[in-house]
Design a protein around this ligand. Structure first.
Ligand code: E4P
Length: 217
């Protein structure tokens, strides 16, 4: 499973890129607002920091304008993926951008039928939002399982980009369910390395090593 990071904060992206764990980046208008940065400028900077796909979201609501905005975003860098909402207009814009050779990420997917439409529109990625479904008391992970089954049934190449991830358990369950990508907030991604038995074991090894009085160097 590929790891994308869900942020528009370039300091966080740089930190993750240095560990070599980063396959791509997703942003959305709320994350851009949080960064306080100019949208086009920050997307261009992120694209220079990572080799992988960088999702940048259109803000128009009608298909024609989405295409105009999408083409402008796609010109910023080769690794820009144009993010479009899962609406009728978003699907129309997706089809047109894909036929122009632009990579797309159809976002705000909350049902298997929506995901089926995104695949039929030729989306490069579909973004099912797990956490926001969980917030409503619906099991978001079911959607990942359903999309995996549907895409495999018909051989759709659209990649399942699990989004709205809130916990380490979400990441693990996405991998088990066969998501192609998980876009993860930086704090959750860093937290994946933590285990109390690792900390406890390391502490014991260091204490015993000190008793040997030896040094490797
Ligand atoms: C994905 O592309 C979205 O930016 C993101 O995962 C949304 O997450 P949230 O529901 O935590 O805002």
């Amino acid at each position: 499973m590929k790891f994308f990071i869900d942020t528009a904060d370039t300091a966080e992206i740089r930190d993750m890129a240095e560990v070599g764990l980063l396959d791509g980046v997703t942003t959305n208008p709320s994350l851009v607002m949080k960064s306080g940065r100019d949208f086009l400028e920050v997307i261009q900077e992120i694209c220079e920091l990572v080799d992988g796909p960088v999702s940048a979201e259109v803000t128009a609501l009608d298909a024609d304008q989405m295409v105009v905005e999408g083409l402008k975003l796609a010109k910023l860098a080769d690794n820009v993926v144009v993010k479009l909402p899962l609406t009728w207009d978003g699907l129309k814009a997706c089809r047109r951008l894909v036929s122009d050779g632009v990579q797309t990420n159809v976002t705000l997917c909350f049902s298997a039928n929506q995901g089926l439409l995104a695949a039929k529109a030729g989306a490069t990625y579909v973004s099912p939002f797990i956490g926001r479904l969980d917030d409503l008391g619906v099991d978001g992970m079911e959607l990942i399982h359903d999309l995996r089954a549907i895409y495999d049934n018909y051989g759709y190449e659209t990649e399942i980009l699990a989004a709205s991830i809130r916990s380490a358990a979400h990441v693990q369950d996405c991998a088990i369910a066969g998501a192609d990508v998980a876009t993860v907030p930086p704090a959750v991604l860093k937290g994946l390395v933590k285990h109390q038995l690792t900390d406890k074991g390391l502490e014991a090894f260091m204490a015993d090593w000190a008793k040997t009085g030896q040094s490797i160097l």
